[in-house]
Design a protein around this ligand. Structure first.
Ligand code: FES
Length: 106
């Protein structure tokens, strides 16, 4: 299982073993990572699974859908590397991926 790391805005690391096919929001909930709520269950309609995913992994992620772009416009601190974790499924190539969590979801 790929290792996925979540880091909160204070620098606390949460290292997880992520089953392939699960999305990053589900992985965070499975491991009790604070700051990822997943209120809509992964329907891309709440933006409570916002995280920042930079290089080198960003280039390996699927493009944002129009719905994800729309939802990200509603978050407090959108950045170029903002993603909704429910829209990204774990693949073996994402080993070591780091998701940084925004302060507003703490
Ligand atoms: S869980 Fe609601 S948008 Fe991701």
């Amino acid at each position: 299982m790929p290792k996925i790391v979540f880091i909160d805005h204070l620098g606390t690391r949460y290292e997880t073993e992520a089953p392939v096919g699960r999305n990053l929001m589900q992985v965070a909930l499975d491991h009790g990572v604070p700051g990822i709520l997943g209120d809509c269950g992964g329907a891309c309609s709440c933006a409570t699974c916002h995280g920042y995913i930079g290089e080198p992994w960003a280039a390996q992620l699927p493009e944002r859908s129009a719905t994800e772009v729309f939802m990200l416009e509603a978050v407090v601190d959108e950045r170029p590397d903002s993603r909704l974790c429910c829209q990204i499924k774990v693949r073996p190539e994402l080993e070591g991926l780091v998701v940084r969590l925004p302060a507003e979801q703490a």
